[in-house]
Design a protein around this ligand. Structure first.
Ligand SMILES: Cc1ncc(COP(=O)(O)O)c(C=O)c1O
Length: 362
């Protein structure tokens, strides 16, 4: 465990912060990504000066030229992580160094400047410190942190921009599942792909999510909750959902997750689950998972559980897989709940943290 004490973002005080009564109302009725804290972190990068103007500013609309490159060519990267309030009132985030490294890996793929890890971490610390009362303390709640960077140079040439804006906004959120884990129905799309070799699948960049909206809409029209993508080359192997990685649990106790092939986003939750399972000497394989074989194994009862994982929900049991020509149900069970309990225990400070994943923000 580590405490961040550095302050690098200058606080520009808010003239009219949310009053205590309104804040209490918002925190009592949490919705994902709907309400935002009074402050946001800001920084700007220029070719000439590097990172400048690191400030904690009042949250609000930003001024952007209609010619800003991001609006035309989508040069943007983002992250998603949470701040958790522990029983003693302290505030922590889960593996923010992982998000900082992934942010920079995404930035490299999008030909954008990297941000020093300590600046990325300081933006989190300083934003939370500006008003820690925005971090809720009800069971399963947290403050969702959304760092992002975009090309703000007003120029229509198709080339890396010479100016970028970094912002970090924060939204108090409730538990993903208010009344226990709820199985989701997953649509396997054979028509659309999320990422191709050499593309941007391993980067957390807006275009990947824009491309996922139509398949998501089509799946929803068919009564499914989310989409699972197959590899773009052979259309055979399971990759991931639009915003979560996936795991398969077999009858013999073995666990598998798709191998990182360069087209999958390397989830912090995925990585933590791999470590957790190995700590408990559970056999877990990162491998190619052939979806037709998987469906056959589900039908034979050889797969006991499948779950998706990511920061927002931690883990979500998969109750059904379907596509145009098949649908199979999964029994679901205790393993997913066990993984959920271990990870949330560490995040909420009620279980030991042997790998030092928690990082103190306040
Ligand atoms: C495409 C995609 N896969 C997987 C994940 C899960 O990543 P993490 O566990 O770091 O939230 C996310 C969410 O960030 C995602 O957008």
């Amino acid at each position: 465990m580590e405490q961040n004490t550095g302050t690098r973002f200058t606080l520009k005080p808010h003239a009219t912060p949310t009053d205590a009564e309104t804040k209490a109302q918002l925190l009592a009725d949490l919705k994902f990504g709907k309400y935002f804290t009074d402050y946001m972190a800001h920084a700007r990068w220029t070719d000439a000066n590097g990172w400048i103007e690191q400030e904690i500013r009042p949250y609000g609309p930003i001024e952007l030229s209609p010619a800003a490159a991001v609006l035309h060519y989508g040069q943007e990267v983002f992250e998603g992580l949470k701040a958790y309030r522990h029983p003693d009132g302290s505030i922590w985030s889960f593996r923010p160094e992982y998000n900082a490294a992934r942010f920079n890996a995404s930035a490299r793929r999008l030909a954008m400047p990297e941000m020093p890890v300590e600046d990325f971490l300081a933006s989190l610390t300083d934003l939370v410190a500006a008003d820690p009362s925005w971090v809720p303390d009800s069971a399963g709640s947290s403050l969702y942190l959304r760092p992002f960077m975009f090309a703000s140079e007003p120029f229509l040439g198709v080339q890396p921009a010479g100016e970028y804006t970094y912002l970090l906004i924060a939204s108090p959120v409730g538990p993903y599942f208010a009344s226990g884990l709820k199985p989701v129905k997953i649509w396997i799309t054979t028509e659309y792909h999320r990422a191709a070799p050499g593309g941007t699948g391993a980067a957390k960049t807006s275009g990947n999510y824009a491309a996922s909206l139509l398949p998501q809409q089509l799946a929803a029209q068919r009564g499914y909750d989310q989409v699972c993508y197959l590899d773009a080359v052979q259309g055979r192997f399971l990759e991931e959902l639009g915003g979560m990685n996936v795991f398969v649990v077999y009858e013999d106790g073995k666990v598998a997750t798709p191998a990182l092939t360069g087209t999958i986003l390397e989830g912090a939750t995925r990585d933590s689950i791999l470590t957790l399972l190995r700590d408990h000497e559970i056999e877990v394989e990162e491998t190619n998972i052939d979806f037709e074989h998987l469906v056959a194994q589900i039908k034979l009862g050889k797969v006991t559980e499948m779950f998706a994982c990511g920061t927002a929900a931690v883990v979500t049991p998969i109750g059904e897989l379907g596509s145009d020509d098949f649908s199979v149900k999964l029994p679901g069970g205790d393993f997913t709940q066990w993984v959920y309990d271990r990870l949330t225990g560490i995040q909420n400070g009620t279980e030991p943290d042997p790998h030092g994943w928690m990082y103190r923000l306040y």
